[in-house]
Design a protein around this ligand. Structure first.
Ligand code: MOS
Length: 754
């Protein structure tokens, strides 16, 4: 039988299998899930940022027609604990006590017959505070700064960076800053809770349904088996839906008190303080090189804002210390406690803020050396992780630079700032490296293969727009020898085998490996039955040589029989297989951890045999108007090498989306803080600037083929985050080339260029 391309699934650029359901409104997002006779909740948030609640006056709120219940610390404080901290230190509390940790903290929940009544009553809740002056951000009075304790993240001290810097011929010493950013997924933060016979079902957009289940079980002091979390489709997350937020338990408590389903759809503004955000950072970078461009010293010190009790930090020095060959490296991260909500991860959490200063400093170094910035990276490229001395499993950084540079036309660049012009527009060309660790999650999957040749794959994966439905189906179709249409994918439900947190670019490889394992179990059982049978074409053969392909069981010599016949030897009905995958670098109890709601991700920065990273290169052209300072990114070309790509179409969308976000990050996004009140002031998508189509011209993402047999068996590195990394620096470097102004604080604004 001739090969037929329609059977080829892993590596095929197939459209999203749930795309039609999404664009026709058939896809159920959490708040769309039908529940009987729901009551509606509206949150009451603190307007003080530090202190205590002295008293409530609920009379006016209770008088609003349709109000059913008002929850505060006074009546429900003992009924739920806060979620566990998502970093070292402690988490802020909400309604457990009268304590106020930050502006916008949940201090009450009003439940009513309608959303409108709940909202009206929530705004009628009277609150008296014993308020103190808050510390809002860096440089505010009363902030507490401390050196981060080594724990989840490492610092590096290789050689003597200070002495090497002092002795070097060419030196860069500069300070940088990045702003607060909020994820702003289009789907708001929603929670719907229903109770039935003491069991709780939660519909909530989540990047980790088992994590949310495990957290709720602890918070509500329940058996996790009595909790189910469902998130079939998620309308954007970017990290904001990965960590359990305090709201969920309170909505569960409200539903239990009322003995009725309760639905919360928090407003966009409330999302700024009831979920996490990307904290503002500062950096001090010192780079030194010889006249040949070889780095002699790298010193990177970072400062990150967090809440008063939490030690959460992202510590991107774990990446910057590994970028370039350098004999003397020193890194350090400081955390700065403020009266703010606790930050969390946001797309490429460590690398977006930390690669910005390194890659701008590299551009400054190239200029000081009189070298081309691409050549400076080439001189300092390495296949050995300079921070640990162990090898990279693969590293295609310069192939990415070379392919992107060629496509971009970099050879035509004249290096002097302000040397390229188009009428009133100053042209600037800049580049920067991208990198992201190749992480992979543990996971489990169940596969059911029926006699009709239809398969169902069950795995509590998450499709946050990243294409999980599609790549799960592709993996199963390939391994079971089925057409894509013959595979049904069930995900986003904590009743299914756990797939871990959809974050850290760890999900695609985590879920594909688990699904491949379950499919291998199906194949092996069918093959063993075929070879141990006394009759049939495969009797007596080695089962390892048989594959499922194109609806058949096939031998190496081309002998084949229909899948239906081969399956019938195993079962008259459906064959079910369950398998777990524990990637290298994780302990054997990792899937058990997932079942109890803990994370289990093997990190590319933490393996002890190899360092595993994906690399990329970003090139951009900016046009800066010579009179007005208006800045446009007119072209962007990125090239990325991330191992095996399961679906080039969804991968391309991820990479392009990341690059567009990079334009946004460099030129548009910042959450503004009123430092007197420690309050976010542009907490809406009218004033929190994000790019529109007119801001995005040509964006091209090149996938550089890369084979890596060491990173994991399928050779996948993950592409969810690397597309955004490096864009901040590439754009800042291009703006420098256009204007001669070096912008080291983001975002780059017109007033910086006038
Ligand atoms: Mo993403 S910040 O890893 O959810």
């Amino acid at each position: 039988m001739p090969d037929d391309a329609s059977w080829t699934t892993i590596g095929a650029a197939v459209p999203r299998i749930e795309g039609r359901a999404k664009v026709t409104g058939q896809a159920l997002y959490a708040s769309d899930e039908p529940v009987a006779n729901p009551a509606f909740a509206f949150l009451v948030l603190s307007t003080a940022a530090r202190g205590r609640i002295r008293s409530f006056d609920l009379r006016a709120a209770q008088a609003v027609a349709g109000v059913l219940d008002i929850l505060t610390y006074e009546n429900v404080g003992h009924e739920a604990d806060p979620p566990a901290p998502h970093g070292a230190g402690e988490e802020t509390t909400t309604m457990q006590t009268s304590r106020i940790w930050h502006d916008g903290q949940i201090i009450g929940v009003v439940v009513a017959e309608t959303y409108e009544a709940a909202r009206e009553a929530a705004y009628a809740v009277g609150v008296e505070y014993d308020a103190e002056a808050p510390s809002a951000t860096f440089d505010s009075p009363g902030v507490q700064e401390e050196v981060r304790e080594p724990g989840e993240h490492k610092d590096f001290a290789v050689g003597d960076a200070d002495a090497a810097f002092d002795a070097a011929a060419v030196r860069i010493d500069a300070r940088f800053g990045t702003p607060t950013q909020h994820h702003n997924p289009i789907e708001l933060f929603t929670t719907t809770c229903t109770w039935h016979d003491g069991s709780l079902t939660v519909y909530e957009p989540s990047q980790f349904v088992h994590g949310l289940r495990g957290s709720l079980a602890k918070q509500l002091r329940m058996d996790p088996k009595r909790i189910r979390v469902v998130a079939r489709h998620v309308g954007g997350a970017f990290g904001s839906k990965g960590i359990p937020s305090a709201r969920t338990a309170w909505i569960a408590v409200a539903a239990r008190r009322l003995n009725r389903p309760v639905k919360l759809v928090a407003t966009r503004g409330q999302g700024y303080t009831i979920a996490t955000y990307r904290a503002e950072t500062r950096h001090h970078i010192r780079l030194a090189a010889g006249r040949d461009g070889r780095l002699l010293a790298l010193r990177h010190e970072g400062w990150e804002v967090t809440s008063r009790p939490s030690d959460y930090n992202v510590s991107g020095t774990e990446t910057t210390a590994r970028m370039y060959a350098c004999p003397n490296i020193l890194t350090r991260v400081n955390i700065v406690h403020t009266d703010r909500n606790t930050p969390g991860f946001m797309r490429a959490p460590p690398d977006v803020p930390y690669m910005f200063p390194l890659e701008v400093a590299m551009d400054e170094l190239a200029e000081a050396l009189g070298m081309d910035p691409v050549e400076l990276r080439r001189v300092n490229d390495t296949q050995t992780d300079p921070a640990t001395g162990q090898a990279f499993s693969s590293r295609s950084l310069m192939r990415c630079f070379d392919q992107a540079a060629a496509r971009f036309g970099w050879a035509d660049r004249t290096p002097q700032p302000r040397s390229m012009r188009d009428g009133d527009w100053l042209l600037g060309w800049g580049c920067a490296a991208a990198a992201y660790p190749a992480n992979i999650g543990a996971g489990a999957a169940r596969v059911l293969l029926g006699p009709d040749g239809q398969a169902t794959v069950q795995i509590a994966a998450h499709d946050i727009g990243n294409g999980s439905h599609t790549i799960i189906a592709q993996t199963a179709a390939e391994r079971l020898g089925l057409r894509l249409e013959a595979v049904t994918v069930q995900l986003g439900d904590s009743d299914l085998p756990p797939a871990g947190l959809a974050a850290g670019s760890s999900h695609a490889s985590g879920i594909c490996h688990a699904v491949a394992h379950a499919c291998e179990d199906v194949r092996a059982r069918i093959a063993v039955a075929a070879t141990t049978s006394n009759a049939g074409p495969f009797a007596g053969r080695d089962p390892a040589t048989l594959i499922l392909a194109q609806g058949r069981l096939r031998g190496e010599d081309g002998t084949a029989e229909p899948l239906h016949d081969a399956l019938a030897r195993v079962t008259g009905g459906a064959l079910e297989a369950y398998a777990e995958n524990i990637p290298k670098g994780l302990p054997p109890d990792s899937v058990g951890k997932l079942y109890s709601g803990q994370m289990a991700i093997s990190r590319g920065t933490q393996r002890e045999d190899l360092t595993t990273y994906a690399f990329g290169a970003q090139f951009v052209e900016v046009r800066v108007h010579a009179r007005t300072g208006e800045t446009r990114v007119s072209r962007a070309v990125g090239a990325f090498a991330a191992g095996r790509i399961i679906n080039p179409r969804t991968a391309h969308s991820q990479l392009m989306g990341g690059m567009i976000w990079g334009i946004s990050s460099a030129l548009h996004e910042a959450t503004e803080i009123d430092t007197r009140a420690a309050r976010y002031v542009n907490d809406n998508i009218a004033e929190y600037l994000i790019p529109v189509n007119a801001d995005v011209r040509e964006v091209e993402a090149i996938i550089v083929p890369e084979q890596d047999a060491e990173v994991n068996p399928l050779g996948m590195k993950g592409i969810g985050e690397i597309g955004v990394v490096g864009m901040n620096a590439a754009i800042s470097n291009a703006v420098y080339h256009a204007t001669g102004r070096r912008i080291r604080d983001l975002p780059i604004r017109i007033e910086d260029l006038l």
